[in-house]
Design a protein around this ligand. Structure first.
Ligand code: NAP
Length: 360
């Protein structure tokens, strides 16, 4: 028997789709992604980008609250093995004391648990190939498992971009990172100068976070104005540990195999000048690429790889019965709350589409 609906992806869009689909009795099967080193390096581990962030201050219903209250909430809401994923936030050296917003990983564990509570089934694996030319659709997982589905919701999100420099590739995992929250606390970055590349909200968030560990954080931005929202910009300008290097790009990352990154060569974007900064880490915050490689040739994508939505105010794609939600189809808003909203829409669209054919 084919599945009624398979959901691919486990960020806010995927779990919200799963909550709605489960409550509509569609018994959704969620492929949440595989836990492995390749996905870690690419930034495509289960629970999505929110799982790689710190405080989420703009997701409604999560005002600042005592960390202890969140600990009690996590203990009560989650099974013990999932609570373990969050334990470090509440206990030990890295524990947060006092009031704070919900952390991204907390929010994601709560969403996952909510979907499971209503009956969503979860497979911890990647879908690596799809055949949307046949119906039921055929999906193949990384471990070779095949699953048939009457409807599919794609919610695979997006991953961080890199500059594409050979020197960047050389020092990945040895001083180059696209995730300050994952790697910032490593000993090699402590009390050392660091670079963050980019001028958007991510660059501000990552640089602010890194000031907890670094001696100074240079934000290298190619223009003379940040793209980040005003409130985030204010946060950056108030932080005395952050120095913005305006109108500059990273031309080369310097270092040795033994030491990893030891510096960067910056080139000016307005004249011929260049300079070398001594730093022990380079963090990229220069936007994202949608995770749609496995969909090429099967679904209409735009020139940047985002899934093209074919009907206004809906989650319909170029293939009937395949719906898309979250960042994978959204180059504009890219917020956790909009992803969750479109996850809800995708589940409702799938339910109505299945019902119209007598399958729901
Ligand atoms: P973004 O807004 O697209 O910003 C990317 C930045 O990287 C831009 O400043 C861009 O420069 C720069 N850039 C891009 N390619 C580059 C290259 N090859 N070399 C040098 N610089 C390059 O991406 P984001 O900051 O990741 O934010 C994405 C979305 O997530 C946004 O909607 C943002 O609001 C949201 N977000 C929100 C929060 C929050 O509210 N707490 C936190 C993080 C992200 P230009 O400015 O010159 O184009």
């Amino acid at each position: 028997m084919p599945e009624k609906v398979v959901i691919i992806g486990s960020g806010p869009a995927g779990w919200t789709a799963a909550i709605y689909a489960a409550r509509a009795n569609l018994q959704p099967l969620v492929y949440e992604g595989a836990v492995n080193e390749a996905n870690r390096l690419k930034g495509t581990l289960p629970l999505g980008q929110l799982n790689l962030t710190t405080e989420v201050e703009n997701f409604p219903a999560w005002p600042h609250v005592d960390s202890e209250a969140l600990q009690a909430f996590s203990r009560s809401a989650l099974p013990p093995e999932r609570y373990e994923n969050l334990r470090g936030f509440y206990e030990g050296k890295a524990a947060h004391r006092g009031k704070r917003a919900v952390f991204g990983p907390e929010l994601m564990e709560y969403m996952r648990q909510q979907a499971i509570h209503f009956g969503a089934r979860v497979v911890t694996d990647d879908i690596v190939a799809v055949n949307f030319r046949q119906h039921p659709f055929l999906l193949t997982s990384a471990s070779g498992e095949k699953v048939e589905a009457l409807a599919v919701i794609v919610a695979t999100g997006a991953r961080a971009n890199y500059l594409g420099l050979p020197s960047e590739e050389r020092f990945k995992n040895n001083g180059v990172s696209a995730c300050a929250v994952c790697d910032g606390a490593l000993p090699r970055f402590r009390n050392r100068p660091l670079v963050v590349v980019g001028g958007g909200d991510s660059a501000v968030e990552e640089s602010t976070y890194l000031t907890k560990f670094a001696s100074v954080v240079y934000v290298v931005h190619r223009r003379s104005q940040l793209r980040a929202s005003k409130i985030m910009q204010e946060r950056l300008f108030k932080n005395s540990k952050i120095v913005v290097k305006w109108n500059r790009v990273v031309e080369e990352i310097l270092g040795t195999e033994e030491q990893g990154v030891t510096g960067v060569r910056l080139r000016s974007t307005v004249d011929d000048s260049w300079e070398v900064l001594e730093v022990s880490g380079v963090f990229l915050a220069i936007g994202h690429t949608p995770n749609t490689d496995f969909l090429r040739g099967q679904l209409e994508l735009d020139e940047k790889g985002y899934i093209v939505l074919t009907k206004p105010h809906s989650t319909y794609t170029s293939v009937e019965g395949v719906f898309a939600a979250g960042d994978v189809a959204d180059p504009h808003y890219r917020q956790a709350v909009t992803a969750a909203g479109t996850g809800c829409m995708a589940a409702l669209d799938a339910e109505r589409w299945l019902a119209s054919r007598g399958w729901a």
